[in-house]
Design a protein around this ligand. Structure first.
Ligand code: ADP
Ligand code: MG
Length: 441
């Protein structure tokens, strides 16, 4: 059971509710089951349940969502009803589906159900579903292109999530640069035969951001043979890129033609109606209801990047959970004025931050995300997590997922460590200011 999650939730609730409310209604609750998707809470009696449901359920859900990034189901069990409470933990406690041998944990929000379909992305969405349901049969390789924040990673991970729930198929999801690091290290450490065998046996290989493959000659060779091996045994390859194969600089011609040999589909910018639907969906996910006028304002101001829309909704949800109300027009105006969201300020992504921090400290991205614990690596990693929280404002769990599936508690701890450090250390503050300026420019 995720008791740390419960503890963190209590901490957030303490920031949102009065002391009496906490003492009277929250502390008597006993968590029977705590997972990322579901809470089963034991309350003393029926009256207690009613009060908690009416007054506190919404804020419990909102705070849980701030921690895990996904909607939380909450069930109650009454302690005083016919003796012992009944909670069937075996059935409820099923762990979230995970891909085998993945370099990166999947974001639980990236599913087909959570993907809003419009004319900008319909073809890619259906091709992705086909690749997940019947790997290797149609669209092989499937090559998805699109600008930043238009849903490439979401679709690739949705394929992984579907494969994870399906006994028959195995898959690996990996960002391209991590895969290339792994192949490179395997070549140098002479373990390439083993790595090749493991990867080439999967039914679906999902490689995100393949545009970063350009220029890396030796890995291109390795990748090319891996690719061939998977296709030969009837497996599926799905790739994403911010541009078509031909435009990836210094990509071997052979790979260009392989990538072009299947189906290429582009994610385009969503039209107004789709933007509205996405905003509504995101607001629901964060547990807030936004008035139509606010949705319209956001949809007309933020056009080209869905991640920014999500960031805006996330911030409004955070404000609403502190202030207790639905954000009004002023809150939205202030948010849009903020330099991160205003005009065409470039969108800062988690991956952008990771890359920038890795290069600042002259370490490899794979090392930054990997298991190393030495101070030389741990500090940049904590700093990168802190910057993701501060600039992108993602939920702790999402940041953890982007750092090779680390737990949200690790991210909370990292943020706290860096905040403490910044209070007493001018040099560290300078480093952080420098990084933020570089990221925002
Ligand atoms: P990319 O990988 O293309 O940069 P992502 O897949 O990371 O973009 O998407 C950015 C954010 O926008 C994610 O949180 C994702 O869930 C969301 N998103 C993108 N497209 C859609 C969509 N059609 N419906 C719902 N959410 C979307
Ligand atoms: Mg992406």
């Amino acid at each position: 059971m995720h008791l740390t999650l419960w503890r963190d939730l209590l901490q957030l609730l303490e920031g949102s509710l009065s002391r009496e409310a906490i003492a009277l209604w929250i502390l008597p609750i006993k968590p029977l089951l705590v997972s990322r998707e579901k809470l089963v809470l034991e309350v003393p009696n029926g009256l207690h349940e009613r009060i908690v449901r009416e007054r506190y359920l919404a804020v419990i859900r909102r705070c849980a969502q701030a921690l895990t990034g996904a909607a939380m189901e909450v069930d109650f069990v009454r302690a005083s009803d016919d003796g012992a409470p009944v909670a069937p933990p075996g059935r409820l406690a099923a762990p979230p589906a995970r891909g085998r041998a993945n370099a990166v944990a999947l974001n639980p929000a990236y599913t087909f159900q959570g993907f809003v379909v419009g004319s900008c992305n319909r073809a890619a969405y259906h091709a992705a579903i086909a690749a997940a349901n019947r790997p290797g049969k149609k669209h092989n390789p499937l090559f998805i292109t699109g600008g930043v924040g238009l849903g490439k990673t979401h679709l690739l991970q949705a394929i992984g999530a579907r494969a994870a729930s399906d006994e028959e198929h195995t898959f690996v999801y990996t960002p391209s640069d991590l895969l290339m690091d792994e192949l490179m290290e395997a070549v140098q450490g002479r373990t390439i035969a083993r790595v090749r065998k493991r990867l080439s046996s999967v039914s679906i290989l999902l490689v995100d951001d393949i545009h970063s493959l350009g220029g890396k000659n030796q890995v291109q060779e390795e990748f090319s043979s891996l690719f061939t091996a998977i296709l030969e045994h009837g497996g599926q390859v799905v790739l994403s890129s911010d541009r078509p194969p031909k435009e990836i600089p210094r990509l071997h011609q052979r790979l260009v033609s392989r990538f072009e040999s299947g189906t290429m589909l582009e994610l385009k910018q969503p039209a107004l109606a789709t933007r509205l639907a996405i905003l509504e969906r995101k607001a629901r996910r964060f547990g807030i209801t936004l008035p139509r006028s606010v949705l319209m304002l956001l949809a007309s101001e933020i056009r080209s990047n869905i991640r920014r829309m999500e960031g805006a909704v996330n911030r409004l949800a955070a404000q609403a959970s502190i202030g207790g109300g639905i954000p009004g027009r002023e809150a939205v105006d202030a948010l849009l004025r903020d330099q991160l969201f205003g005009g065409d300020a470039q969108c800062v992504t988690t991956r952008g931050i990771q890359q920038r921090v890795a290069s600042h400290f002259q370490i490899r991205l794979g090392t930054l995300l990997g298991p190393a614990r030495s101070g030389r690596i741990a500090f940049p990693r904590q700093l990168a997590m802190y910057l993701c929280r501060r600039i992108v404002n993602s939920p702790y769990a999402d940041i953890g997922a982007a750092f090779s599936g680390r737990d949200h508690t690790t991210v909370m701890h990292a943020c706290k460590t860096i905040e403490d450090l910044l209070r007493g250390n001018g040099d560290a503050r300078d480093t952080v200011d420098q990084l933020i300026t570089a990221l925002r420019s």
